[in-house]
Design a protein around this ligand. Structure first.
Ligand code: THU
Length: 143
């Protein structure tokens, strides 16, 4: 399996995770799939709350699941998102970029070359490094 195929699989895993999103307030469903250094995938979805500020993003759900299972080393995360009505076949109209808080959580555990894939579909995604999406960042002294 080459790198492109693995990336496509990671986007697919994020799309699968999005199916579990609990977003009755915003109606915006997000899925994430986090690839660990040892090749495992942790999926996450956004989980909202009647007290709006208590919502958790898909990316942080995936990170907190993985970290709480003892994982500390990560290679990449894929993120997809769109409203309930937005899904068109195998894709979405827009890329879903990680929010600032999620980028900071990534910064806690990942190096500058950690890869962030934002996708409209498994065939249509963009790739960034954490350093590109969170330049000149503050974090633990190992970046
Ligand atoms: N959301 C995510 O899950 N990830 C992001 O990076 C951006 C926003 C969620 C939070 C909230 O449940 C909904 O999308 C609308 O903001």
């Amino acid at each position: 399996m080459d790198g492109r195929e693995r990336d496509t699989d990671l986007i697919r895993a994020a799309m699968e995770a999005r199916e579990q999103a609990y977003a009755p307030y915003s109606g915006y469903l997000v899925g994430a799939a986090l690839l660990t250094e040892d090749g495992e995938i942790y999926q996450g979805c956004n989980i909202e709350n009647a007290s709006y500020g208590a919502a958790n993003c898909a990316e942080r759900t995936a990170f907190f699941k993985a970290v709480s299972q003892g994982k500390r080393d990560f290679r990449a995360i894929a993120v997809v998102g769109g409203s309930r009505e937005a899904r068109q076949g195998d894709g979405f109209p827009d890329m879903a970029y990680p929010c600032g808080i999620c980028r900071q959580v990534m910064r806690e555990f990942c190096g500058p070359d950690f890869r962030i894939l934002v996708g409209r579909s498994p065939e249509d995604f963009k790739e960034y490094t954490l350093d590109e999406l969170l330049p000149e960042s503050f974090g633990p002294a190992r970046m």
